[in-house]
Design a protein around this ligand. Structure first.
Ligand code: AMP
Length: 119
């Protein structure tokens, strides 16, 4: 499945977004409903992959590219020393809402722990 999502429209600049990072393969833009003082989404620009579960071995490098883009952005913004969280939601139980893989970068304040059902 390679259907379009609203993130495809952000890549093509058809809907507005605050773009804060771009290289040949990755786009980073501010989340419209931030869950932390800094909340940026990093997405692959050239392939629509619905979920992490759909990533093939040949596409595995993209996951590293997303993580390194987030790390670079965090360093450049002075967030790396205090630390940050990266998250990728996969399907219903994780609350995934946009089916175009994306890495969340959350930073700018202590984030607490999470992960248990209902938290
Ligand atoms: P997920 O729940 O992991 O699928 O994350 C999707 C994220 O996309 C959510 O955090 C939304 O707030 C965010 N989002 C939805 N629409 C937009 C948009 N137009 N621009 C920026 N972020 C968006």
């Amino acid at each position: 499945m390679t259907s379009e999502t609203l993130f495809s429209k952000i890549i093509r600049r058809e809907i507005p977004a605050t773009i804060v990072y771009e290289d040949e393969e990755v786009l980073g833009f501010k989340d419209i409903a931030p869950q932390a003082p800094v909340h940026v989404l990093f997405i692959p620009k050239n392939e629509v992959i619905p979920t992490l579960d759909d990533v093939t071995p040949g596409q595995a490098h993209l996951i590293g590219k997303l993580a390194l883009a987030a790390a670079q952005y965090a360093r450049e913004q002075g967030l790396a020393e205090d630390g940050y969280r990266i998250v990728m939601n996969c399907r219903e139980h994780a609350g995934q809402t946009v089916f175009h893989i994306h890495l969340h970068l959350l930073a700018g304040a202590p984030l607490g722990h999470f992960g248990a059902p209902g938290q």
